[in-house]
Design a protein around this ligand. Structure first.
Ligand code: OGA
Ligand code: MN
Length: 245
């Protein structure tokens, strides 16, 4: 995780800075039906605002979809090409709460019992964006939206290509483990996520305007914390560098 404190930048600056690290995951919207964009197609809108900068209604599909960010996840693990670096920039923040938490999945892996490491070494998980949303009871996706993002398989234990260190690769997008009854697979994932998100592995970022938080999706998970959404705007956009190698 890298934090750049209090340096406001424009959308264009955020995009060009991110592109120096590799190609971006643009055309990134999951929701296809009747969605008007507030920000560039090359950024992901993480705000609670509509295209006119008004706070989203309680039952707005965009808001309900974004609530999935409150579950521990890694970005775009459900896509054919997942995310490498996410760069989240704050333009407006609530006066309190609404933090972002990030956990270290290399330290979490190192801390597992040897017997657990042996069990999970070769396991392959199935990731889908519709799994994480279904966990909150949000299942209002069109056939077109579902067809665009079929399930993706990824190993649970991987080597980080930079350091060579072993790391877990987990997300609330995981719905099953290949070759296992669904409840057995889900229990393993639930136990691993519970283990990996203990306080000792977690950094909590309290936002100020102009902060940019950068995390490596290949060895972390993150989640958004709640705030008074009906009252305050939280204007954040994410640039996402794809895991192209
Ligand atoms: C994200 C995300 C968490 C937050 O930008 O990918 O999950 O705190 N954000 O908004
Ligand atoms: Mn995210």
């Amino acid at each position: 995780v890298c934090v750049i404190k209090g340096k406001p930048i424009t959308q264009e600056e955020q995009i060009s800075f991110a592109k120096t690290f590799g190609p971006l995951d643009s055309k990134n919207g999951v929701l296809q039906k009747d969605i008007k964009r507030r920000v560039s197609e090359e950024l992901v809108d993480i705000s609670n605002m509509d295209e006119n900068s008004e706070i989203l209604n309680l039952d707005d599909r965009r808001r309900l979809f974004n609530l999935g960010n409150r579950l521990w996840h890694t970005d775009a693990s459900f896509k054919r090409i997942a995310a490498k670096y996410s760069m989240l920039h704050a333009r407006e923040v609530p006066p309190e709460a609404g933090e972002t938490q990030v956990c270290d999945l290399r330290a979490a892996y190192d801390d597992l019992a040897k017997s657990t490491k042996d069990i999970i070494e070769n396991l392959v998980a199935v990731h889908s964006i519709f799994t994480s949303r279904a966990q909150l009871g949000f299942e209002n996706f069109s056939q077109e939206e579902q067809d665009l993002l079929p399930p993706i398989r990824r190993r649970i234990v991987r080597k980080h290509p930079g350091s060579g260190r072993k790391t877990l690769y987990l997300a609330s997008h995981i719905g099953r483990i290949v070759g296992m009854p669904i409840p057995d697979g889900r229990l393993i994932i639930r136990d691993l996520i519970e283990h990996a998100t203990q306080d000792k592995f977690v950094y909590t970022h309290s936002w100020d305007v102009g902060d940019t938080l950068i995390w490596d999706n290949r060895c972390t998970m993150h989640r958004a914390m709640p705030f008074d959404e009906a009252r305050y705007r939280r204007d954040m956009c994410r640039a996402t560098v794809m895991e192209t190698n």
